[in-house]
Design a protein around this ligand. Structure first.
Ligand SMILES: [Zn+2]
Length: 298
């Protein structure tokens, strides 16, 4: 996948580099890096947002160049002073340690999840941040977006030199332009995920910059689509249970029409997340707690 190393910028408004008169407008650079993941395109987007490097999933020449460019002394391109991940999955933190060593930047993790971050990234965070904080001396703000993973955050910034009210959100695995992201037990939390999508939709960002795939220029429509996708699956899960499914595997068979060859474990974990939500909301029998435990979901 070496051709991926050459991919950079793409549609992430590389022209919108902050100018000196507008302190809030920040530069955004997107660098697509190849990763070992089940994501269809096998790549993760790393971003440099103001002086923050987000989700350096793997070390590549293109990402090296972007990081070097941000240390070039160009006033419109702040050097990379901090490194963070939207969440500590391997396809988002793979090269955190490499770029931390290369740049001496401050490694930042979410408060309360430093240990999880260190385990996944192979480097201890220098600092922790909480939702609402800005990261280091950058103009980037941390936004609470749990659901896909318990430590999931997004990074918000004003993005346009011509209109300082335009805002972007590096949203990690909260959203994708096409298809959907995994919200699977045991760590996925469907209620939290739906609340995160609603919060991001209502915040009115102009553009979402996802962890995988192209930028999202219709955030509200995309958030609504992803919410409806979950609710449709929930209806299928409820229908399967109402129809007599007596264990998780039977729910999977009832809730999915497509061939699950190769992805059945993910479908099972997804259905488990739905059943966990339904149990918590008192919408299905308490006996489902034991059935979840039977399949290893506590
Ligand atoms: Zn993830």
């Amino acid at each position: 996948m070496s051709e991926d190393d050459a991919a950079s910028n793409g549609d992430a408004t590389p022209g919108d580099r902050g100018d000196a008169d507008r302190g809030t407008a920040v530069a955004v650079t997107r660098i697509e890096v190849p990763v070992d993941t089940r994501a269809p395109d096998g790549t993760t987007n790393a971003y440099v947002l103001d002086g923050l490097l987000v989700d350096p999933a793997a070390r590549t020449d293109a990402l090296d160049a972007a990081v070097a460019e941000h240390g070039s002394g160009d006033a419109a391109l702040p050097s990379v002073e901090a490194i963070a991940a939207t969440h500590a999955h391997p396809d988002h933190v793979g090269a955190v340690a490499d770029y931390a060593a290369m740049t001496n930047a401050t490694v930042v993790a979410r408060e309360g999840h430093a240990e999880r971050f260190a385990e996944a990234a192979g480097v201890e965070p220098d600092e922790t941040v909480a939702p609402g904080d800005t990261v280091g001396h950058t103009a980037v703000r941390v936004v609470d977006t749990p659901g896909h993973a318990p430590d999931h955050v997004a990074f918000a910034a004003q993005n346009s030199a011509t209109d300082p009210t335009r805002s972007v959100l590096c949203c990690g695995d909260l959203a994708v332009a096409g298809g959907s992201v995994a919200v699977a037990a045991p760590e996925g939390d469907l209620s939290a995920y739906l609340a995160s999508l609603e919060r991001v939709r209502d915040a009115g960002y102009d553009r979402l910059l996802p962890g995988h795939g192209p930028a999202i220029d219709d955030p509200a429509t995309t958030c609504d689509r992803l919410i409806e996708h979950r609710l449709a699956r929930e209806r299928d899960v409820v229908a399967a249970i109402d129809g007599g499914a007596a264990d998780l595997d039977a729910v999977v068979d009832g809730a999915y029409e497509k061939d699950l060859a190769g992805v059945r474990d993910l479908a099972l974990a997804t259905v488990a997340a739905h059943v966990e939500k339904l149990v918590a909301e008192g919408r299905v029998d308490e006996a489902w707690r034991a059935r979840l435990a039977d399949r290893g979901f506590e």
